[in-house]
Design a protein around this ligand. Structure first.
Ligand SMILES: NC(=O)c1ccc[n+]([C@@H]2O[C@H](COP(=O)([O-])OP(=O)(O)OC[C@H]3O[C@@H](n4cnc5c(N)ncnc54)[C@H](O)[C@@H]3O)[C@@H](O)[C@H]2O)c1
Length: 235
């Protein structure tokens, strides 16, 4: 049986580990040609999402090999923690550059090579819906990415390109290893579905948005959080 991404050409950023790696594996299993990019050493290409030159190189590699790009997953991201009053400007800027400007540069680099029917998936966060303490830079970047998603969906709709955002909840990846240490049970018990998320849970959502199954979906936020945001404080 043909995979749900049979023959599609896909670029995934932040693909060395965590959710990005799970997406690479799932998308390949569904028949996609995946070009994986990361700043870390990995089984893919070097890509620094903050660099136009780096984007040009990965886009050239994909287009030289396959002639077009059907899907971009803007997954790369970093977190930096500090109270807003102490957040150094350079650190705030670094997080915005990677989490928000990176996806913008990615969109600008791939769109000229995208045929009608293509899809862009931006990985935001529950921190793009509401914040947590010490997360000014991260939260600002993830709120911004939702705005970029909606705006890009409007501009690219006439070109036949869909743009959506995924907002993951608590997902077991290296990014939050230290958060989970000793607290996993407590965090899991607070979620309606009783467990924290796995990278594969996000890869499934990304697959839906990347594939033709979501052919009439654009500009939307997909919250994948085990039910975390279904609740309001009990009175
Ligand atoms: N883990 C969670 O609980 C969680 C929750 C909500 C959202 N997210 C978001 O999910 C996405 C994936 O994160 P993850 O949880 O897999 O974390 P992770 O830290 O395991 O993976 C992030 C990857 O991005 C790469 N990266 C960082 N800077 C880069 C750059 N300049 N260019 C290219 N790659 C770069 C890293 O090297 C790393 O491989 C991120 O955007 C993150 O903000 C994660």
């Amino acid at each position: 049986m043909a995979g749900r991404l049979e023959g599609k050409v896909v670029i995934i950023t932040g693909a060395a580990r965590g959710q990005g790696l799970a997406e690479v594996q799932r998308f390949r299993a569904e028949g996609a040609h995946v070009v994986a990019g990361d700043v870390l050493d990995h089984d893919g290409m070097y890509l620094d999402v903050t660099s136009e030159e780096s984007w040009a190189a990965i886009v050239s590699a994909a287009v030289d090999a396959h002639g077009r790009i059907d899907v971009l997953v803007n997954n790369a991201g970093v977190r930096a923690l500090a109270p807003v009053q102490d957040m150094p400007r350079a650190e705030f800027q670094r997080v915005l550059d990677i989490n928000l400007i990176g996806p913008l540069l990615g969109i600008q680099a791939v769109v000229p090579h995208m045929p009608r029917g293509s899809s862009i998936v931006n990985v935001s966060s529950l921190n793009g819906l509401a914040s947590t303490a010490n997360s000014a830079a991260y939260s600002t970047s993830k709120f911004g990415l939702r705005g970029l998603t909606k705006s890009a969906a409007l501009d690219l709709g006439p070109l036949g390109i869909r743009v959506n955002a995924i907002l993951p909840g608590v997902i077991r990846t290296p990014m939050i290893e230290n958060v989970l240490e000793g607290r996993e049970e407590q965090l899991a018990s607070g979620l309606p579905l009783g467990r924290i998320g796995e990278p594969a849970d996000i890869a499934s959502a990304a697959l839906f948005l990347a594939s033709d199954d979501s052919v009439w979906v654009s500009g939307q936020d997909f919250v994948i959080d085990g039910g975390q945001t279904a609740s309001t404080p009990r009175l």
